[in-house]
Design a protein around this ligand. Structure first.
Ligand SMILES: Cc1cc2nc3c(=O)[nH]c(=O)nc-3n(C[C@H](O)[C@H](O)[C@H](O)COP(=O)(O)OP(=O)(O)OC[C@H]3O[C@@H](n4cnc5c(N)ncnc54)[C@H](O)[C@@H]3O)c2cc1C
Length: 138
């Protein structure tokens, strides 16, 4: 816990945030091959509980649950797409809120993997389960 629990830095500038995150992490060992900052299970930067990296800025390996809420066997490296970024942002907001209220921190971050959807042409989409369906399009 930082000396002042209200002092928090969040780095979430997408790829634009990589330089700031690297500078804050202060060690080349703390980034992956793409330069994303490797974070703790609570998305803070190792050695800096007051600094969080989220979204495309962060290398996050987290336990995941599928669409039905069933826990996956192994933790997964989260892809650089919108859902992890959104869920990570909400999680860090919860941590900060709980710090401000002097409450116990939440459990480590886990990812709700709702699957992927690709739109092919104007009338077909594919989801990660391999099904296809028609979508309304003009
Ligand atoms: C072409 C493209 C298509 C994509 N398509 C999909 C898709 O279909 N589905 C999907 O899930 N994901 C998609 N993604 C990925 C998705 O956009 C990102 O994973 C997601 O936006 C990451 O969110 P973020 O908050 O980390 O970063 P961003 O959404 O990039 O937000 C970062 C914000 O920080 C701001 N910023 C940057 N530097 C600074 C600075 N120095 N000072 C102040 N502000 C700064 C930026 O202007 C931006 O608003 C796509 C990405 C690209 C590039």
């Amino acid at each position: 816990m930082p000396a002042n629990p209200l002092r928090v830095v969040i780095v979430g500038g997408g790829f634009g945030g990589l330089y700031a995150a690297r500078a804050l992490a202060g060690s080349p060992a703390a980034v992956d091959k793409s330069g994303r900052v490797i974070v703790n299970p609570d998305l803070s930067i190792p050695g800096h509980p007051e600094v969080f990296a989220i979204g495309d800025t962060a290398h996050v390996v987290a336990p995941a649950r599928n669409l039905l809420g069933i826990r996956e066997k192994d933790p997964m490296l989260l892809p650089g797409v919108a859902q992890p970024a959104i869920q990570e942002g909400r999680y860090v907001a919860r941590i900060i809120r709980r710090r401000v209220l002097a409450l116990k921190p939440p459990r480590p971050f886990w990812y709700w993997d709702k699957g992927d959807l690709a739109i092919v042409g104007r009338v077909v989409s594919l989801n990660s389960q391999g099904c296809s369906l028609a979508v309304a399009a003009r």
